[in-house]
Design a protein around this ligand. Structure first.
Ligand code: SF4
Length: 92
């Protein structure tokens, strides 16, 4: 039996919707991302690859939201793990 792989919602809609003009609304692509079976994996990929996902909505988050989440994670990581930045860099 072959299972169907989940399909990204953005693969079935005009991809330009995920890249609104500067200052444009991100409401519609975020809403569509929330119905996407790949949302969590997409967001993690975008967070791990900021230069490749610099623009647009990925994993239900705008550029600014992803930037803020990356900063929060960097801030929280030492508090959660007890590791300092040098130790975290060694395992990254
Ligand atoms: S979560 Fe990622 S893969 Fe899914 S629709 Fe949004 S941008 Fe596309």
């Amino acid at each position: 039996m072959v299972l169907d792989a989940p399909t990204a919602v953005c693969a079935e809609v005009d991809p330009e919707l995920w890249f609104p003009e500067k200052g444009g609304s991100t409401r519609d692509p975020k809403r569509l991302c929330r119905s996407c079976p790949l949302m969590a994996a997409c967001l993690e990929w975008a967070l791990d690859h900021p230069s490749e996902s610099r623009h647009g909505v990925w994993g239900g988050m705008s550029e600014g939201e992803r930037y803020a989440l990356r900063r929060r994670r960097r801030t929280l990581a030492p508090a959660v793990t007890g590791a300092d930045d040098d130790e975290l860099a060694e395992v990254a």
